[in-house]
Ligand binder design. Structure first.
Ligand SMILES: [Zn+2]
Ligand SMILES: [Zn+2]
Length: 225
């Protein structure tokens, strides 16, 4: 299975061409000889994600945390599988219930015609939080709008400032409890940061490109129903 090397220490291990056609990107990031995984795909690509992790010669035991950007099935559907192999799952509490219950509307599994397998969540964050991975500090930011519990992750990897945003630039729906005001505030919150690399749920970008965020603000929130 292929792995995309995005930058030193940053790899895509899951995604439409890497694990399963409906999977959002899953990333693995190296931090002081430990690793952070962000998002899990639908779960249907889990064997491919695992073999991609092994291809990078990463021992599963060296993954400190799995962070789930939000409760949608293309990002969080494989959470139960990562939990089962013993990894701590971090999410925002406002999206955690949907993952714990597998609610088909909140997780968007009804739209994608998938079954959401519920999963325990190990650590629920309630506001902006710093966590440490083997002595390296990373910041979890609450960036709601797309969903109430959407989070972004801000960290430095080999001198590159990285922002991981999930789907914060994406569309809104009533069943997801999306919110236009929160959406705008969250994009502005991310714009206050400096970053060299954007890792989003459905694309990634190297180089400073705040334009994506300014364009989204100009266009306004995109309600899909
Ligand atoms: Zn989403
Ligand atoms: Zn998505």
């Amino acid at each position: 299975m292929p792995v995309y090397a995005i930058s030193r220490g940053i790899y895509a291990i899951g995604g439409p061409e890497l694990s399963f056609p409906l999977d959002a990107f899953s990333y693995i990031i190296k931090l002081n000889r430990k690793y952070l995984v962000v998002d899990t795909g639908t779960g249907l690509g889990f064997p491919n994600i695992l073999s991609n992790i092994l291809e990078l010669k990463v021992d599963i035991k060296d993954i400190s945390y799995v962070i789930i950007t939000h409760c949608h099935v293309d990002h969080a559907g494989g959470t139960h599988l990562f939990y089962k192999v013993g990894l701590p799952i971090i999410m925002h509490e406002k999206d955690a219930l949907a993952v714990r219950t597998g609610d088909p509307k909140r997780t968007a599994s009804d739209i994608l015609n998938l079954t959401f397998n519920p999963s325990p969540v190990t650590i629920c964050v309630r506001s902006d939080t710093e966590i440490s991975v083997n002595g390296k500090d990373i910041t979890i930011l609450h960036t709601p709008g797309h969903t109430p519990g959407s989070i972004s992750v801000y960290l430095e990897v080999y001198d590159k400032k990285v922002i991981i945003i999930g789907d914060i630039l994406d569309g809104l729906r009533r069943e997801w409890l999306s919110n236009s005001n929160d959406w705008k505030k969250s994009i502005n919150k991310v714009l206050e940061l400096d970053f060299d690399i954007i890792l989003a749920g459905h694309f990634y970008r190297r180089g400073r490109s705040k334009n994506l965020f300014y364009d989204a603000l100009r266009r306004g929130p995109l309600w899909m129903n």
